[in-house]
Design a protein around this ligand. Structure first.
Ligand code: HEC
Ligand code: HEC
Length: 206
């Protein structure tokens, strides 16, 4: 039998549930709001507006967070990214990383590398072992970035900047890039740009 008291309790519980749902929606909205500015350069549908801007949709979550942190601290210097993250908190950066990692990786329709270029890239991988860290098919995981299908010109630029240490946030990667032949690295970014997409990002669930 339903008493007046138990009715009151269930009405109160319902109001609590609604209040929590609204609080959740407000928070989700504010992350979407914070993410809106990113689209002006990284693209509405994840396709960056220019060729030296990287894809961040579907990039690995740990990697996105570390880059945002490094832009904020200045360890990775960049005039466009630094002001964007300057006023964001660590929690904002973590939420943005989770938000973009959960998006589908866009297909930029970059051409596949020729057989000759692919052969040079594959032989570089045999000697350096890129896939030892970037994983099979260069899909990345956790704090290691996905490279398959990334912007060709952006990869050339960031490889050059690792080599001259303009990109100074990971000295180990700089050492490795400096030790690798430049023609091999050029072939590698052409090869990676044209690599097929195996599916949407599921990094969050791995
Ligand atoms: C004014 C343009 C602009 C805006 C706005 C912008 N970015 Fe960027 N972002 C760039 C450029 C350009 C780079 C490449 C920097 C470099 O060459 O080192 C970059 C790099 C990054 C990277 C590193 C990716 C990688 O593969 O190393 C991440 C992560 C990132 N941005 C996330 C964001 C997020 C999140 C926002 C919004 C809070 C944002 N960006 C807003 C232009 C922008
Ligand atoms: C020991 C592990 C390891 C190996 C081997 C390795 N990488 Fe990386 N690579 C990383 C990590 C970790 C990062 C992220 C660095 C950072 O935090 O800025 C990275 C970053 C990169 C980036 C920048 C991606 C972006 O979005 O800005 C490129 C390009 C890259 N690696 C290419 C290569 C190539 C090509 C090889 C082989 C010649 C290679 N890597 C070998 C671990 C590795």
């Amino acid at each position: 039998m339903v008493t007046l008291n138990s009715l009151r309790i269930s009405v109160t519980l319902m109001m609590l549930v609604v209040a929590f749902a609204q609080a959740g929606a407000a928070q989700a909205e504010s992350i979407e709001e914070k993410a809106a500015v990113c689209s002006t350069c990284h693209g509405e549908k994840g396709v960056p507006i220019d060729k030296v801007t990287p894809i961040i949709w579907g990039q690995t979550e740990g990697y996105i967070y570390l880059q945002l942190r490094d832009f904020k601290s200045g360890a990775r210097a960049n005039d466009l990214m630094q002001p964007v993250v300057a006023d964001l908190t660590k929690d904002d950066l973590k939420a943005l990383a989770a938000y973009f990692a959960a998006k589908p990786w866009p297909d930029l329709q970059q051409p596949s590398a020729s057989k000759d270029v692919a052969a040079v890239a594959l032989s570089l991988n045999t000697s350096v072992g890129c896939t030892g860290c970037h994983l099979g098919d260069y899909q990345g995981d956790s704090t290691v970035p996905r490279l398959a299908g990334q912007q060709h010109e952006y990869m050339d630029k960031t490889i050059t900047e690792f080599r001259d240490r303009t990109r100074a946030n990971n000295p180990g990667m700089s050492d490795l890039m400096i030790a690798s032949p430049l023609d091999g690295l050029k072939a590698m970014s052409a090869y990676l740009a044209g690599l097929q997409i195996l599916g949407n990002s599921d990094h969050g669930s791995r």
